[in-house]
Structure formats: C-alpha cells, structure tokens
Design a protein around this ligand. Structure first.
Ligand code: HSE
Length: 308
C-alpha cells in the first residue's frame, strides 16, 4: 500500500512573529510513502525534480533523512517499529531558501505514514512530532493546515495553534535569490540574549500584527512588520534586504517586506496590484547587486496538506 500527499511551501516569522507565525504558499512538494513487501530491504529515498533547479545532492537518502526520522517517531507513538519503506519526494519547493522545504517533507511524510497506519495520530500529535524534528512550529503548522497560522511550541513538546483568516486582497510576493542560506547558519548569528526593550518591541509588534490580520487593517499592518529579534542580525546575510526596506517604505499598497523564515528569500506583502507598481524598481535592486532572483506573486494557500 502507498499514500501520496501534497504539501505547500511556507514562509515563517512574518517579521515580529519569530518562531511562532507562518503562512502557506501555493508551491508544492509531493511525498509518497510506500511500505515495501520485501523484508530487510531497508529505507529507500528518491528525490525527483520536474526541472533540475535546486541542488538536492546534500539531502540524506537513508535513515538519516528527516522524513524517515519523523515517520519513525510516529511509529513509536503508536508502539510500532517503522518498517522497511520507500519514500519518494517530488520537489518543487526551493531548498534552503527560507520557504519551508524541510517542514513540507516532514509534514508530508508524517501525514502519509499516518494514513498507512489508519490515522492513529490527530492534527495536534502530527504537529508536535513535526515540531520536534524541525525544532520550531512556525513552518510545520501552515504546511499542515494551510493559511496564516499562530503556533506555540510548549515546554512539554505539544503545540498550541490557531489559524486566522488572511485578508483576500493581501498578496504575497516572494523574491527567491539564486544562493542558499542554511537555517543553522542563519540561527547561529542570533544573540543568546536580547534586551528587555527589544523584547517589548517585538511583543507589541506581534500582538498588533495578529490584530491587523484579524481586522484586515492594512494601514495597521504596515506598522507591524519590523522586529528586533532576528532580522537586524540576519540582514547582513540577505543581499538586498536593507535596500528593499528603504525602497518599499511608504509606497502605496505595499504593506512591508520581511525575511522569509531564516532567509535568503524576501517576502513582500502588498494590497491589490501594489507589487506590480514597484516590480521594475525591485528588479533593479537585485540587478545592481548582481543577484539573480526569481520573483513570484501568490494568494495565500488555504488547503494545507492533502492526500492525493
Ligand atoms: N523561525 C525559524 C527561524 C524559521 O527564523 O529560524 C526557519 O525556517
């Protein structure tokens, strides 16, 4: 028996919501999990790219693969040992770009294995296992549920989460550069501790951000996309981010720009056709820096993971 699932890309943090906010984008990976009938055949992992755009060579193809690790945890949860299996990952989500490619395969593997096992785990269990493997819940929650999600990883390993309706006319543009940034490196530049002033800044911005989405208030949202926990430290790793912030400040229908997850992709949130009006200037910023950049504008993805 085999199960295939489709999982969306995600963009985490959304500025001030470090490690707790994220939303889903309509770029997908497909993950197929198949229990193999030949005992002792081990784990086989295949990665397929329709167009060979991203380097997937560094992804482990054995028991060390994060998809297999997540599946093992699920089997342990139901008191079983993971059997020999074949996992196929058809990937369209850019790798190491801050678009949740690891969260997508973790969630995909878990949902597929959960189907194979007869659905013993509910949403909350899947999110808890996925966050344990990923280290934070802000990508895995929207990867599973779609939409704009709030997720808090609790001390006991459970995840508190909620999905809030995203305003229909708020568009999401991702600027995906042609270089990679490992999340481990992007986390290593963060300080061990921050000041009470910076913590208070983020608490108020994050609170107002959630309220702005809830009330669909774009003017309020414009004031909420700054943060003092991670972006100031990561900015030097993200080519063009400082220039774009300056360029897009106070532009009509541009709500703001933030680092997508740990970067290097940059997310621009706009209203109506706001991004179209600034697109040529944005391209010029990247041209001046000699950075090739794939620019894509989407509506939010609301379905999350689906079995196909
Ligand atoms: N919240 C995580 C971070 C997202 O910023 O490191 C990484 O995908």
């Amino acid at each position: 028996m085999k199960v295939t699932v489709k999982v969306p890309a995600t963009t985490a943090n959304i500025g001030s919501g470090f490690d707790c906010l994220g939303l889903a984008l309509p770029i997908y990976n497909e993950i197929t999990v198949e229990e193999t009938v030949m005992p002792g055949s081990g784990v086989e992992i295949n990665i397929i790219q329709e167009v060979e755009t991203y380097d997937t060579l560094s992804i482990p193809k054995d028991e060390n693969n994060i998809v297999y690790k997540a599946i093992e945890l699920l089997y342990n949860f139901v008191g079983q040992t993971a059997s020999d299996m074949k996992i196929t990952i058809k990937t369209d989500i850019p790798v190491t770009r801050g678009l949740g490619s690891s969260a997508a395969v973790i969630v995909g593997g878990l949902v597929a294995a959960n189907e194979l096992l007869g659905r013993p785990a509910d949403e909350a269990v899947l999110l808890s296992i996925a966050s344990e493997v990923e280290g934070h819940p802000d990508n895995v929650a929207p990867a599973l549920l779609g939409g704009f999600c709030l997720a808090s990883l609790e001390d006991d390993g459970s995840v508190s989460y909620s999905k809030i309706e995203w305003p229909e006319d708020w568009k999401l543009t991702v600027l995906i550069p042609d270089y990679e940034l490992d999340t481990k490196i992007a986390r290593s530049v963060l300080p061990e501790a921050i000041s009470i002033q910076d913590a208070a800044f983020n608490v108020r911005k994050c609170a107002m951000l959630i309220d702005s989405v809830y009330r669909k208030d774009s003017e309020a949202m414009k004031k909420c996309l700054t943060d003092k926990l991670h972006q100031p430290y990561r900015e030097r790793l993200i080519k063009g981010f400082a220039e774009l912030k300056e360029l897009l400040a106070n532009k009509d229908d541009i709500l703001g720009c933030v680092i997508s997850g740990a970067g290097p992709t940059i997310l621009v949130i706009s209203k109506n056709n706001g991004f179209e009006k600034v697109e040529s200037e944005v391209k010029q910023v990247f041209n001046d820096l000699n950075v090739a950049c794939d620019i894509r504008t989407f509506d939010i993805e609301n379905e999350g993971t689906t079995v196909i």
